[in-house]
Write a protein that binds this ligand. Sequence first.
Ligand code: GLN
Length: 482
Amino acid sequence: MNKTISQIQQGLAKKEFSSVEITQDYLTAIKQHNPAINCYISVTEDLALQQAKAADQRIASGNAQALTGVPLAHKDVFCTDGVKTSCGSKMLDNFVAPYDATIIENFKAEDSVMLGKTNMDEFAMGSSNENSYYGIVANPWDNERVPGGSSGGSAAAVAAGLAPAATGTDTGGSIRQPAALCGVTGIKPTYGRVSRYGMIAFGSSLDQGGPFARTAEDCAILLQTMAGFDQRDSTSIVQPVPDYSTSLGNNIKGLKIGLPKEYFAEGLDAGVASVIESAIDEYRKLGAEIIEISLPNTKFSIPVYYVVALAECSSNLSRFDGVRFGHRCDSPVDLEDLYKRSRAEGFGEEVKRRIMLGTYALSAGYYDAYYLKAQQIRRLIKQDFEQAFKKVDVIAGPTTPEVAFKLGDKTDDPVSMYLQDIYTISLNLAGLPGMSIPAGFSQGLPVGLQLIGNYFDEARLLNTAHQFQLSSDWHIQTPEMK
Ligand code: GLN
């Protein structure tokens, strides 16, 4: 089950298999391997087969679109009409969404098939997928290690061959970091490129949806369907979506790639560093010009993020109050008791920690010292990138400081967990697009190369990744599934 989307498209077009057949193959693989990996919260078998049937009819009638009949998995952060949408939380364990998120609507309009909803850290908070109400997700390369988070279910599903591609969201690295640790390709687009309507909010000024797949070519196909203006999201950008697939043929001779010296400093594992250096050498061979750059405010990105994201989450999660939807405690004695116990019972430990820290940062007397200061430094981080993009076209470096760590290794130490996002977080603070692509292995585990682009430069980013994948085979390596 290691087909790419473009191979599935071809197979469907040539009638080598039907959508029902390929969907059934994935459902069988899920039955066999999901118990060990736990990458799905819900498997929507009946719906998938029904959608596949409709897709086969559409193909037969000659009206197929890019993703007609292609099976996909969706992170359980996206609202799916009539299907449980839990966000990895007990709070929403009983929540069946009454509408579709915009991106789900887009996929449905093409008659793609939904295999199920993927596991994730509760409310997308985490870097290891150990914060889900539905249990940990195992890394398919080594079941005793984390897949990364918060979209760990989506990354693991693609790596394990339990979906050819999946959606995810990235607030501080949650597409790129699990893509790196599971050895798959993922892209977080520019803030505003993909609608956030129907995507359960964590940090609204940082959240952005994007795809996971085996290849950059597949990510281009998926992003084409996901991207675009949506009047239901006030931060969605009115800007035409380029044809991502046609830009994939461009030669990258003379492309200027910047290496931020701060990304190769202390804290980077030697095995990861050497894989990244080899990948950079490959780009040199492809004709790119490698230039050292500096992003001096990188060191502030984690503290700034953990003020801004937590402040926003404390506000966003106030809607889960036991009144309108989600978990409600038994026999409340009054309204305050209802709020307190519903939230105490419905939220997990990490979510509570963040709501409390965020509420503190926003409170009178601390707002200026924390939230306002963080917003000011956020501007400096953005300016670092603006300066860098005057000199280079793309920025490259590691996605994560180390390979997948052992389950439980960092759960008692939130700060060491937060440090996993050192290279990914600043892009969300700046709103820039970024990718992670498989670049090799260290200790037998996948290493991700991060590519960062300028605003709305996803086409160039995807092509930069694609050119690397044309001359390497890291992205087609798959873990052995027992
Ligand atoms: N790991 C980061 C966090 O815990 C980022 C999560 C995300 O991108 N959703 O907040």
